[in-house]
Design a protein around this ligand. Structure first.
Ligand SMILES: NC(=O)c1ccc[n+]([C@@H]2O[C@H](COP(=O)([O-])OP(=O)(O)OC[C@H]3O[C@@H](n4cnc5c(N)ncnc54)[C@H](OP(=O)(O)O)[C@@H]3O)[C@@H](O)[C@H]2O)c1
Length: 389
């Protein structure tokens, strides 16, 4: 067991086959007799892993600052969780950002954006709605890049067609129609999701590697009533068709479940799911899913615009973990947290699987580790008063 553990740590430190290494560590933890040994070493392992990751990122940040100097780009849905980070990083890199929000008068949607470094000089906010035809046209005017992130993101809709599917699909076509009429637009980066990749009924087990060639199935999602997933599938399909028909240079970004710090004062859907886990639930769901840090998602959007050879779809998944794995990491990091102790059912744990990192790596993404992302989101939720412990 010690050999397996050390191999895993070596692999983690060397950033080789990281998800496999994490799976090794986690599967080792499941053996009760090994728990004492591992929990003694894990904090050491985590601190060794965090330091080089953070330092490297700071150096990269300094080196890359101002690469967008003199360039004008548009971000739709700027007050959202992912888009707020995207706006922050774009401003940091020197871009001038023309950003859309639905309500310019709501400080909860704008104050955190106006407070960003560089916002006074280079952030311009506009009102736009996905369902109003032509709403984005004047905003996109003069932009070299368009980042289309706006799309309703919640799971329970009374009327999925009106609440989720129409804004996702019609909104995407609305934005792309304005792009095609604007000669300054060089590339469009659309925020899609892993929801358009792996909901197709194919088994996801530890020997399966999901990649960009996977597509979710409309029929499967209808059958399972996965309406948010369906909205993202139909929006992506419409976007690829429209971009091909109109020769738009488009790239799609497919994040898994996004965690990490919140810039906005309100609770977005993925943070709300995470909050549920640390806010007094007695059980955790029997589910495994991919996770990725919001800062990596924002940076992937920027790289997808900046790297000339970027094309097609990019899956963004740092690791795949079962809820029980996340609870273990949380327990280690925050012993004072009241965490669920049992799985919601008695069935065997839903297995983990893998998602290829090759394409994201080719963009230049060097993922923030799962433990760091978990630590960051808990800290952020605590600072914003969503949880107290
Ligand atoms: N978070 C994740 O785990 C995750 C994972 C994969 C993909 N994604 C995708 O990432 C994108 C951003 O999601 P997020 O997590 O940042 O969620 P979010 O915080 O809820 O952001 C969604 C944004 O879309 C805007 N929006 C919704 N309906 C609109 C409409 N009719 N007109 C104009 N804007 C509208 C919202 O504006 P308001 O602020 O006015 O409501 C908000 O700014 C979405 O496309 C989502 O599908 C998210």
């Amino acid at each position: 067991m010690a050999v397996k553990f050390c191999t895993a740590v070596a692999a983690i430190y060397g950033r080789v086959k990281l998800d496999v290494a994490i799976a090794n560590v986690l599967s080792s933890i499941q053996k009760a007799s090994d728990a004492v040994f591992l929990f003694g070493l894990l904090p050491l392992c985590i601190s060794v892993r965090l330091r080089p990751n953070t330092e490297k990122r700071e150096q990269e940040g300094r080196r890359e600052t101002m690469s967008g100097s003199g360039k004008v780009v548009c971000v739709t849905g700027a007050s959202g969780y992912i888009a707020s980070w995207l706006v922050k990083l774009l401003l940091q890199r020197g871009y001038t950002v023309r950003a859309t929000v639905r309500d310019l008068t709501d400080p909860k949607k704008t104050k955190h954006l106006r407070a960003l470094e560089g916002a006074n000089e280079r952030l311009h906010l506009f009102k736009a709605n996905l369902l109003e035809e032509g709403s984005f046209a004047s905003v996109i005017e003069g932009c070299e890049g368009v980042f289309h992130t706006a799309s309703p993101f919640y799971m329970h809709a009374a009327d999925p067609q009106t609440e989720l599917i129409d804004p996702a699909v019609k909104g995407t076509l609305n934005v792309l129609s304005s792009c095609v009429k604007t000669p300054s637009v060089r590339r469009v980066v659309v925020t899609s999701s892993m929801a358009t990749v792996y909901y197709n009924g194919r088994p996801r087990t530890p020997n399966v590697i999901v990649d960009e060639t996977w597509f979710s199935s409309v029929e499967f999602c209808k059958q399972e009533k996965l309406w948010y997933q369906l909205s993202k599938i139909l929006a992506e399909e419409a976007a690829w068709k429209f971009s091909k028909d109109n020769s738009i240079d488009m790239v799609t970004i497919h994040p898994a479940f996004v965690i990490g710090p919140l810039l906005q004062p309100t609770l977005n859907a993925s943070a709300a799911v995470f909050l549920k886990l640390i806010n007094g639930s007695s059980t955790y769901p029997n589910a495994s899913y991919g996770l990725v840090n919001v800062k990596d998602v924002a940076m992937a959007h920027i790289l997808a615009f900046e790297v000339p050879s970027a094309s097609g779809r990019y899956c963004l998944v740092e690791s795949v973990a079962h809820y029980s794995d996340i609870v273990k990491i949380l327990h280690e990091q925050y012993p004072a947290l009241k965490l669920p102790e049992m799985c919601a059912d008695d069935k065997p744990l839903v297995p983990i699987y893998h998602v290829s990192r090759e394409k994201a790596k080719s963009l230049g993404i060097d993922y923030i580790l799962l433990e760091t992302s978990i630590m960051e989101i808990v800290k952020s939720l605590k600072e914003k008063g969503f949880v107290s412990f």
